[in-house]
Design a binder for this molecule. Sequence first.
Ligand code: HEC
Ligand code: HEC
Length: 151
Amino acid sequence: MHPRCTNCHVGEGHLPGWEGLGYKPGAVHGMAVRAGESRIGAEGLPCRTCHVTSAAANTVPHAAPHIDAPWQLPPVTLAWQGATPVELCRQLRDPARTDDRDVAALADHVSTSAFVAWGFAPGAGRSAPAGSPQDLARALLAWGAAGAPCG
Ligand code: HEC
Ligand code: HEC
């Protein structure tokens, strides 16, 4: 639920967020950026125009962050911005809303995804969620082993 994650996991407006970067609460991406139904940006101005694909460290505050994968929004079905913890929990155990991932596949995704790795270590002075991708994977597996309760 940290903005480093929710800024991408947004819904049908296709608007990435700029929360937690010093703008007002609920701030959407500047420069009128829309991801469109493709989720990879308007034709002619894809996200990777500014968010270049590069493994170099992110060091410049307020520059467009980059990772070693094409920058884009997740599909609308994976939106959870604004969800309560219980809603997010129920979403994560519903394969229709995880791109068919069960808990083991979710744990594998968070351990290997370039997006998740960036969210936990964004660099350039950005805040990050507590822990590491491996901590999150372990927590997911423990939750799955307990029958994936959501309270
Ligand atoms: C730059 C955008 C971006 C950021 C930032 C981002 N993600 Fe994602 N996320 C994606 C994309 C794209 C997918 C779908 C990729 C796929 O299916 O292979 C995805 C899929 C996922 C999934 C698997 C599907 C699901 O929702 O059940 C999880 C879990 C996830 N992300 C967690 C995170 C976490 C945790 C963070 C922050 C630490 C994060 N993401 C940050 C783009 C992003
Ligand atoms: C015209 C250049 C440009 C384009 C095109 C662009 N971005 Fe950005 N983006 C930026 C800049 C610059 C920042 C950093 C803003 C800051 O830190 O003040 C940013 C930040 C972000 C953030 C916030 C990261 C964080 O730290 O939480 C997300 C999410 C994001 N962009 C997603 C996208 C997506 C998805 C697309 C394509 C639909 C896209 N951007 C297209 C320039 C761009």
